[in-house]
Ligand binder design. Structure first.
Ligand code: PLP
Length: 369
């Protein structure tokens, strides 16, 4: 019996995903480099050169003081980048005494201090790396409460995390203040801009290497960067952050490797470069502005209908839509999700058009009648 060829989901009604339709150039580049492995750069040298360009491109977006010299690599996603940032900070803490067993040398577990809004990848990082994750409460507008962060750090704090574009509400933490707290505590400072990194350059928010003494930063091409999955990004201000991750690789042509994965996707690397070549800066600016307009429009439409709306800061809208209406929207084919507190959450990614949002509100109106 012939089975029907499976079709990937169309993005038409996908409203809560942080993935999007890749740029056509990125799709083509990914296909060309499908059978390459940047994990073995001496053999797959063309893709290794592309990876250097990807890092330079990402470092340019993130205002690295010298993008051509920035340390970093194309990860499998934001999760790997965040895990590696925690691992690097742990290994470097207290002159390297935090290496390997997670204890700060005195038998006490090292810790990472992050706002409660931090992505769940930090929970994975803590579990894998044997560090304690201290999540601290948010302020009244879903941002890290700096007093709570200051109270949570101590001399076993290896890393303080700030989120620039939180996964649930799209909020940007007070990056400058958090960096100062980290510095005072003798900890490294990491910014998680996995989702926000391709939008933030076109806003006034402080988030980048230029805005604060940021040590490491996560920025994912496969989210707002319109690159195909898998393409995340880890950047570091200094080589030492990546050197702290390197292990010896006896049987490869290159001698050491700082990545978490071994064999990895040349498609992700080539796709990321092609997307940035095509879209930085004007294409990304247009996408960011369109997304912000759409988020404002949707927030207003939901507020007009009497819902409690969390004002969008980046293009992400959360609104208190009751369960029966949420379920009816799902039944109508809308791929929407809820925040931990139960709000409907719409991420205005590049594929989310005004006409899709209009159809979404029309369906909501029908459901409410
Ligand atoms: C999506 C996201 C991640 C995780 O990235 P993956 O690519 O899904 O591994 C981490 N941090 C933030 C803020 C995110 O939005």
């Amino acid at each position: 019996m012939q089975r029907p060829e499976p079709e990937p989901r169309s993005f038409d009604r996908v409203l809560s995903s942080m993935c999007t339709e890749p740029h056509p150039d990125a799709r083509a580049a990914a296909e060309r480099f499908l059978a390459t492995n940047p994990g073995d750069p001496a053999t797959y040298d063309a893709v290794a050169d592309l990876e250097a360009r990807a890092v330079e491109g990402l470092a340019t977006l993130a205002d690295h003081p010298s993008p051509g010299d920035a340390a970093g690599y194309v990860t499998s996603g934001g999760t790997e980048a965040n895990v590696q940032a925690v691992r690097s900070a742990r290994n470097r803490h207290d002159g390297g005494r935090g290496a390997s067993d997670g204890s700060g040398g005195g038998g006490r577990a090292l810790n990472v201090v992050a706002p409660a809004s931090a992505h769940f990848s930090f929970h994975k990082a803590a579990a894998v790396l044997g560090v304690e994750l201290r999540t601290v409460p948010l302020d009244g507008d879903y941002r890290a409460d700096t007093d709570a962060v200051a109270a949570a750090v101590d001399d076993a704090t290896a890393l303080v995390v700030g989120v620039a574009g939180s996964t649930e509400y799209g909020r940007v933490d007070p990056i400058g203040e958090l960096a100062a707290i980290a510095d005072e505590a003798g900890a490294r400072f990491h910014v998680d801009a996995a989702w926000g990194g391709f939008v933030l350059p076109f806003t006034d928010h402080a988030w980048s290497f230029d805005d604060a003494p940021v040590d490491t930063l996560t920025i994912d091409p496969h989210k707002f960067g319109q690159a195909p999955v898998p393409a995340g990004g880890l950047l570091a201000r200094e080589d030492a952050a990546l050197d702290a991750l390197a292990v010896d690789t006896p049987y490869l042509e290159t001698r050491s490797q700082a990545t978490l994965t071994g064999t990895r996707s040349g498609a992700g690397v080539a796709g990321a470069v092609a997307a940035m070549d095509a879209l930085w800066p004007d294409g990304y600016r247009e996408a960011a502005e369109r997304a912000a307009d759409n988020a404002d429009w949707l927030a207003e439409g939901l507020a007009d209908r009497g819902y409690d709306v969390v004002e969008p800061e980046l293009p992400l809208v959360a609104a208190d839509v009751p369960e029966p209406e949420f379920a009816a929207l799902r039944d109508a084919g809308w791929k929407v999700s809820r925040t931990g507190a139960g709000e409907l959450r719409v991420v205005c990614m590049p594929h989310v058009t005004r006409s899709a949002l209009r159809a979404f509100l029309d369906d909501l109106d029908r459901i409410r009648r």
